[in-house]
Design a protein around this ligand. Structure first.
Ligand code: CP
Length: 312
């Protein structure tokens, strides 16, 4: 695999292989010295045009645990502020010797565009509303760690689907793996042409929440929304939030997940967020192993090397 732009580009076997590779790197991450020499001599550049805590730090940690060198780029402290274009910035990073560029950008399609401008491997760390493949990879891995195979499992994705690259990537990956996905949102927070997605739709969380194996709550993405997509955040919470009353109805084994950052008191109340803390924290932790797997898949060389890494 040369680039990772969207999980929908992978077939079921390729996705399953990638999820299995995450398990190898989770085991390495739990060692007393969680570091292997797999990518020694390789360089990974972080090109983040949008803010990030989890994705950026976990990619950096992942690269370091694989013994790769990292190049960090911060828009505000770069020559972008002097007017340098994205294309020239990418050529500069290429000339500095990067083997992979991890890119986050507010515009959908930027990672794909980068693959036309450079031979360096491109990894999408979130592009506009389009895709966030490594988030979905860590989510799938976190679900499988608790539920086993996802075939036939019912996953409810609740909230701001329209503006969510996380929702799009999870829908693609979950449907590839045979899970049933139910999108729960008001009509104003559903994307155009959602009827063509491999999902069912509900506008009534209370009518469907009891049927879910996973309740996946999305952040209200105020920065991407136009005005008045919901009457008020208070009403949104009342209709679509995981309140304490709704959380009480969930069976003990139901997984409550959130990609972070959370808006407590909007899509999830404090009590349910604390109760789900172990899994939501595990999602963040698994993000390192997921990104190690992706970097290794891009820059490592072959199945023999997986075995070598696992015992090194
Ligand atoms: N989930 C996620 O992408 O978080 P960050 O924006 O902090 O990277």
């Amino acid at each position: 695999m040369k680039h990772l732009l969207a999980l929908g580009d992978l077939d079921r076997d390729e996705l399953s292989d990638l999820v299995s590779l995450v398990a190898t790197f989770e085991e390495i991450s739990q060692r007393s010295i969680p570091k292997v020499p797999a990518l020694r001599g390789r360089t990974v550049a972080m090109l983040f045009y949008e803010n990030s805590t989890r994705t950026r730090l976990s990619f950096e940690t992942a690269a370091k645990r694989l013994s790769a060198d990292t190049m960090n780029f911060s828009v505000g402290a770069s020559s972008v502020s002097k007017g340098e274009s994205l294309r020239d910035t990418v050529h500069t990073i290429d000339a500095l010797g990067a083997d992979a560029i991890v890119v986050r950008h507010a515009s959908a399609g930027v990672p794909k565009q980068l693959t036309r401008w450079t031979d360096v491997s491109i990894i999408n760390a979130g592009d506009g509303w389009h895709a966030h493949p490594t988030q979905a990879l860590l989510d799938i891995y976190s679900m499988q760690s608790r539920l086993g195979e996802l075939e036939g499992r019912r996953v409810g994705i609740v909230g701001d689907i329209k503006h969510s690259r996380v929702a799009r990537s999870n829908v693609a990956a979950l449907s590839t793996l045979g899970a049933e996905v139910v999108l729960v949102a008001p009509p104003t927070l559903l994307p155009p042409a959602v009827e063509r997605w491999p999902v069912t739709i509900s506008h009534d969380l209370d009518a469907v929440i009891d049927s879910f194996d996973v309740v996946y709550l999305l952040r209200m993405q105020s920065e991407r929304q136009q005005a008045n997509v919901v009457p008020s955040l208070r009403e949104y919470r009342h209709d679509y939030g995981l309140t304490a009353q709704r959380a009480e109805r969930l069976r003990d084994e139901v997984l409550v997940m959130h990609p972070g950052p959370m808006n407590r008191g909007v899509e999830i109340d404090d009590g349910p967020a604390s109760a789900a803390n172990d899994l939501i924290t595990a999602q963040v932790t698994n993000g390192v192993a997921a990104r190690m797997a992706v970097l290794f898949m891009m820059l490592g060389s072959g199945s023999e090397m997986v075995a070598e890494v696992a015992v090194s």
